[in-house]
Write a protein of this length. Structure first.
Length: 484
């Protein structure tokens, strides 16, 4: 493992920043992002070895050491949010700058840390049993392009809180900001605690390096956040995996809904980071009795309605075919994914305006925007006979991912029927999807929502093994002393 000197590291970081700001790819002579620049490694082997050493060092620092390490990640996520959010936006070229910045600030404040590390006790006639939550060791994390650094920071806070260390194979299109964030986190932790590489990162990530990480003997647990291909790969791995997989969240609006509130909520959730969030509203089923009124409410709330012809034009531009044979399916086209609503409006032949957040239009059930996770700020609205038809269609459009669903209604029976049928991890009533992550609703935040494997919104406890410690017949101090 080579260890570059301080000037090497500074030069590399300058180069990464220059690449990001100019948009120009690195010169051919560019070294791999850096070997061992505070967590940045050229090979999976080196990254795992460093993470193992860091794990052993972290064990010696107790819960207070974990808390301090996490405090550095939180501080940098908040203090450097504008710079790092700007880098992420410039590198990935998707989403919205204001939300890239906000995601970093919010995670710094709201992702759970060591305070979630509780133990359970059974106290009875035969003494005590204490269930404690132990770390696994080195965890492999795969992260998406939609929130490259936020997912890494959020995973790291959760995983370090429970005493683990992590090796990240980031999405290749978000790897530079990932490396810069990881370098800053590790450097700050090193200055404070003298430990480096609590977060290690594969500098030039590929599908091969992901596979190598999945199968590495030093890796004890896998955590992936991404779409169908990586979710499948992790589920097929021989290691235990926590899988935060894809979603396609449907919305139902019934005749009892507060339509203006529903419209504001749908815009807030679906426009967030240009609809890149896996929980973001992706298609809307509205009962016929209030369909026209709901479309008017969306316009009042600031969204731009497209005509039928404009919806057709946008559909042809925005959704494309990929794959061969039985794998052939429709996906969002790359040049509109995560782009601004005004660009989508132009692509549809309409005129957007400064500050436009969302475009929408009436579609048939068979329009590809309904089944495809479009990840762009256009929403199809489908007219339904009644609330039960809307719920049924919502169910079909969610594909059984069991990720997120939303309803706007004041009919608790309709809410209950929808909750039971869709069986999703997050079910939001009368608010934006983001309320399901504690943003305007109750609860805590994570950018990894484990769906097929069932852990839900991840916390430090997600990344732990249970250990039981039993003391027979003593230390239950309740009751009277036994009479001789
Ligand atoms: P993506 O699936 O293209 O990539 C995600 C990561 O997986 C990347 O690092 C990629 O390099 C890697 N990857 C892809 N195929 C792989 C394979 N066969 N083996 C190993 N690694 C592989 O997804 P994306 O475009 O980066 O992110 C958007 C997707 O992620 C959406 O489907 C969204 O719903 C989902 N997502 C889910 C959550 C959640 O918490 N459940 C959070 C964010 C994003």
């Amino acid at each position: 493992m080579s260890t570059p000197t301080a000037p090497d590291i500074a030069a590399i970081v300058r180069q990464v920043i220059a690449e990001i700001t100019t948009g120009q790819p690195a010169a051919a002579a560019r070294p791999a992002i850096a070997a061992n620049a505070h967590g940045i490694f050229g090979s999976v082997n080196d990254a795992v070895a460093a993470a193992q050493t860091a794990f052993e060092q972290l064990e010696g620092l107790g819960v207070e050491g974990r808390r301090r390490a996490i405090a550095q990640i939180r501080r940098i996520a908040i203090e450097d949010a504008e710079e790092l959010g700007g880098m992420e936006f410039a590198e990935t070229k998707i989403g919205r700058l204001d939300h890239k910045i906000e995601k970093l600030k919010v995670l710094g404040e709201k992702v759970p840390g060591v305070e979630f590390m509780t133990s359970e006790v059974f106290s009875g006639d035969h003494g005590l049993a204490v269930i404690e939550h132990a770390p696994f060791g080195v965890i492999a994390a795969i992260t998406p392009v939609t929130h490259s650094l936020p997912t890494i920071a959020c995973n790291a806070i959760n995983m370090i809180a429970s005493g683990n260390t992590v090796v990240v194979n980031p999405h290749p299109s978000g790897r530079k900001v990932a490396a810069e964030g990881v370098r800053r986190f590790n450097a700050a932790i090193h200055r404070d605690l003298g430990i480096d590489n609590l977060i290690s990162l594969v500098a030039e990530p590929t599908l091969e390096s992901a596979a190598e990480l999945f199968n590495h003997r030093g890796v004890k647990l896998i955590c992936v956040t991404g779409g169908p291909a990586v979710a499948r790969a992790a589920l097929q791995s021989s290691r235990r995996a926590i899988v935060a997989g894809p979603g396609n969240p449907p919305v139902v609006v019934d005749a009892t809904a507060d339509l203006d509130r529903a419209a504001r909520s749908i815009i807030q959730g679906a426009a967030y980071d240009n609809n890149l969030l896996c929980i973001g509203e992706k298609q809307v089923f509205v009962v016929d009795a209030v369909f026209d009124a709901m479309m008017a409410a969306m316009e009042r709330a600031g969204a731009l309605r497209l005509s039928a012809g404009q919806v057709d034009t946008l559909t042809d531009r925005a959704i494309v075919w990929t794959g061969e044979g039985s794998h052939r399916h429709q996906v969002p086209c790359k040049d509109l994914l995560g782009k601004d609503a005004s660009l989508l409006a132009r692509a549809a032949g309409a005129t957007g305006h400064e500050g436009l957040e969302l475009v929408f239009g009436e579609t048939d059930l068979d329009n590809p925007f309904v089944p495809v996770e479009q990840m762009m700020p256009f929403l199809p609205f489908v007219r339904c006979r009644d609330v039960d038809q809307a719920i049924q269609r919502a169910h079909e459009s969610e594909h059984g991912f069991r990720h997120t669903a939303i309803i706007h209604s004041s009919d608790v029976r309709a809410m209950t029927r929808m909750g039971r049928l869709l069986d999703t991890t997050l079910f939001v009533k009368n608010g934006p999807s983001v309320a399901g992550l504690g943003l305007g609703g109750e609860g805590y935040l994570s950018f990894s929502i484990a769906t097929p494997t069932g852990e839900g919104v991840t916390t430090p406890l997600t990344f732990t093994r249970q250990r039981r410690c039993t003391l027979v017949d003593d230390l239950r101090i309740l009751g009277s002393p036994a009479v001789a």
